[in-house]
Design a protein around this ligand. Structure first.
Ligand SMILES: [Mg+2]
Length: 245
């Protein structure tokens, strides 16, 4: 193992449990809007949301869709898939409420706090996130993740998103780090793993069995992308990183 000094973490799906927290938030909204949507199949809606959300986030990373559109269309399409006709006003309100409720959820990916406690004082830790500025701070607070990180690098600040090299350049410069002494830890193959690799940073790819199953469900059972590149480390749990570091 290299002598790492800096750890760069992704937030959503890597530390903050995106999948479970999304589900909890969605359940809360289904209860809130019960009159209107209680007849819908929640599981199916959740699955369709996940599918469309993945798609629009992929477009967002490539700068092919604006944030406001992303926020709206993932719900518009999920409702449409269930043949639910909603007014634009309802969908807009639902999507805004989601951004209010979801970031207040506190579940972390298994092993998060053990790993961070293990690394605190041994490494300088940072976050690089494509997530929206106005919600990521709430997530850190809700999940008790504040106080571990030297900096939070927001793609919205930098102007480009992972996997764009400029965001890695910015994060390293800001940290006073070199690529050789840095490790990127993330759950997104393209944004985190290929992004870091292309900037000469070692990568730890978090690929839990549950996350793989979720990806499979969202992709409608189509076999998801097969990767022909081997990251520096592939983790089936964050705890595996404790043994490595
Ligand atoms: Mg992620």
């Amino acid at each position: 193992m290299k002598n790492y000094k800096h750890l760069f973490f992704d937030l959503d799906g890597t530390l903050w449990d995106l999948h479970r927290n999304t589900r909890t938030a969605m359940e809360e909204l289904f209860a809130r809007y019960g009159d209107h949507i209680s007849h819908l199949d929640f599981e199916l809606f959740f699955q369709r949301y996940h599918h469309h959300n993945n798609h629009v986030w992929s477009l967002y990373r490539q700068d092919k869709i604006k944030k406001e559109e992303l926020r709206y269309v993932r719900f518009e399409r999920a409702f449409a898939d269930l043949n639910h006709t909603s007014s634009a006003q309802f969908i807009d309100q639902f999507s805004l409420d989601f951004l209010e409720v979801a970031p207040r959820q506190s579940l972390t990916v298994e092993g998060t706090h053990e790993l961070l406690a293990h690394c605190k004082g041994r490494y300088q830790m940072h976050i690089i996130t494509n997530g929206f500025i106005e919600v990521q701070g709430h997530k850190l607070k809700a999940a008790s993740l504040e106080g571990f990180f030297e900096q939070i690098v927001y793609s919205e600040h930098v102007g480009v998103r992972k996997p764009h090299p400029d965001i890695f350049r910015y994060a390293l410069e800001n940290a006073g780090a070199t690529a050789e002494e840095s490790l990127m830890i993330g759950d997104d193959w393209e944004a985190d793993i290929l992004g870091a690799r292309n900037y000469g940073i070692d990568q730890a790819y978090l690929s839990t069995a549950e996350a793989e199953q979720n990806k499979l469900n969202a992709s409608h059972g189509n076999d998801p992308v097969r990767h022909n590149y081997k990251p520096t480390y592939t983790l089936h749990s964050l705890r595996e990183l404790i043994d490595i570091l």
